[in-house]
Write a protein that binds this ligand. Structure first.
Ligand SMILES: C[S@@+](CC[C@H](N)C(=O)[O-])C[C@H]1O[C@@H](n2cnc3c(N)ncnc32)[C@H](O)[C@@H]1O
Length: 199
């Protein structure tokens, strides 16, 4: 069966950066929270998982040592090492290397529950002591709900959204102790997604 990420195979980094209706409805308002958070990361070893064209990677590439992982590494045009592989096998991909921060933006919607669990436990493995995981998750409410439903109805693509309590439970099961949730609402406070910050 065709996997979700396979549709990215035929895309270029330019296609990824196209500004669609969803970009204006959801990405623009949530970027008001995400961009300042990512801009604060300094002098860290960062693993950006599912970095795509590097839309967010550009924000922290200058001040940090950044490595990427993506099923479709051809999308990234930034001068960094990008491992070609899956979010569920990070430790195999990066070997002994440890990171201070694992970031994933708009990746978890491609992960089934099993894959999400594996991604969280692999993130824990590659993070050093006190390492930080920052990941976006699509909400089960509002725009998040519509986005997942429309992906299925209009494009026939299976995407996944998770309640905050499911995400927090799975993150804790992976060994993270402190978990903070930052809402990434669409316009007028309409729910869209949230960022989980865990250490
Ligand atoms: C929506 S794009 C997000 C790109 C970038 N993080 C951003 O926020 O602009 C999703 C990216 O995740 C990658 N991807 C999807 N499933 C993956 C998986 N299981 N393991 C690694 N990468 C995956 C896709 O190839 C694509 O580059």
């Amino acid at each position: 069966m065709k996997k979700n990420y396979e549709r990215y195979k035929s895309l270029t980094s330019k296609d990824c950066d196209k500004k669609t209706l969803m970009y204006y409805l959801c990405r623009v308002p949530s970027d008001r929270r995400i961009v300042p958070l990512l801009s604060k990361i300094r002098s860290k070893r960062v693993l950006d998982v599912g970095l795509g064209s590097g839309h967010y990677t550009k924000i922290f590439i200058e001040q940090n040592e950044v490595v990427g992982v993506d099923r479709n590494p051809h999308l990234c045009r930034l001068p960094i090492k990008v491992h070609s592989g899956d979010a569920t096998e990070l430790s195999k991909l990066v070997g002994e290397k440890q990171f201070d921060v694992v970031i994933s933006t708009w990746l978890t919607e491609y992960l089934t529950t099993d894959q999400l669990e594996k991604f969280f436990s692999e993130a824990k493995k590659v993070l050093g002591n006190n390492g930080l995981l920052m990941t976006t998750v699509i909400s089960t409410r509002g725009m998040g709900f519509l986005y997942i439903k429309l992906a299925k109805i209009v494009k026939g693509i299976d995407k996944y959204n998770y309640t905050k309590s499911v995400a927090v439970t799975k993150i804790k099961e992976a060994g993270f102790a402190d978990v903070e949730i930052i809402d990434l609402d669409s316009w007028f406070g309409f729910p869209w997604a949230y960022m989980v910050v865990a250490r």
